[in-house]
Design a protein around this ligand. Structure first.
Ligand code: NAP
Length: 244
């Protein structure tokens, strides 16, 4: 069974270490962490490009293991799989939930996060990725420190310090970063996964602006773990082999 895994996440890499898949990366970073096995890099060329890729390479199933905020790729996968009748599963880690002591402000978008910031503090730690920096370019009165794997490109806030680094980041490191930059407010997407920065913010009583996830496409099954995705592939393979 030929399986295309839309990747770019830890889950995508773990999936590729458990089952033979063709992993696909967008090609955003110059030295990406490569999943084991076959890897292709670069966009497909929209829904039409992905549709013809699925057909011409004889893909039997697609697992969308992209980041929860890679909404364009996810919607393209849903459309191309529907057009070709290719089984599709979304593998998406669960989002975060606030607990006692958290001072979270949930917002629907990056622009809503930007609008809220001046009321929360002056010194802002942006962990939303380099492609999100533009949304904060015109926030009045704030100073920013951002963290990303690759340097951001303009438009950017005038008062910005950039940290180039790749996670995972532990609790102690996150706590000392918040302290050393005297951060008043942390901004994050609801990416899920490690809670180190959120735990650090809670212990320092730092408010957190959490950008909600974009919606998932209708009618596509979703699982939260690599184990469940492997199980789905096993079931699909068994069905294919029994000819049903
Ligand atoms: P996006 O906005 O949903 O996708 C934009 C375009 O990039 C897609 O239309 C597609 O181009 C191409 N693309 C995206 N993911 C791809 C993949 N896995 N393989 C091949 N082409 C892909 O995506 P994004 O938010 O820029 O994310 C790009 C990649 O970075 C994804 O693999 C994602 O898992 C990873 N990532 C994203 C974030 C985030 O916050 N968004 C965080 C960590 C990792 P065509 O239309 O030409 O096919």
């Amino acid at each position: 069974m030929r399986v295309l895994a839309l990747s770019g996440t830890t889950e995508g890499r773990h999936l590729a270490s458990r089952r033979t898949v063709i992993s696909s990366l967008a090609g955003r970073t110059r030295s990406p962490l490569l999943p084991p096995g076959e890897v292709r890099i670069g966009g497909f060329g929209g829904v039409a490009g992905l549709t013809s890729y699925l057909t011409s390479t004889g893909i039997d199933a697609v697992i969308d293991a992209t980041h929860p905020f890679a909404a364009t790729m996810t919607s393209h996968a849903a459309a191309a799989c529907a057009a070709t009748g290719t089984p599709l599963l979304i593998l998406r880690r669960p989002g975060w939930t606030a607990g006692p002591g958290d001072r979270w402000h949930r917002v629907p978008s990056l622009s809503a996060a930007a609008a809220l910031l001046p009321s929360l503090g002056e010194r802002v730690f942006l962990t939303t990725g380099r492609q999100s920096i533009a949304a904060f370019a015109d926030v009045p009165g704030c100073w920013f420190v951002s963290r990303s794997v690759e340097p951001p490109a303009p438009p950017m806030p005038a008062r910005l310090e950039v940290i180039l680094d790749r996670g995972p980041f532990g609790f102690e490191a996150e706590r000392s970063l918040l302290l050393s930059y005297a951060v008043d407010v942390l901004v994050t997407k609801d990416s899920g996964g490690s809670t180190a920065k959120l735990d650090a913010a809670r212990t320092l009583d730092v408010p957190v602006v959490v950008v909600d996830r974009p919606p998932l496409p209708d009618g596509v099954p979703v699982v939260a773990t690599v184990d469940a995705a492997v199980q789905w592939l096993d079931q699909l393979e068994a069905l294919t082999q029994s000819g049903t």
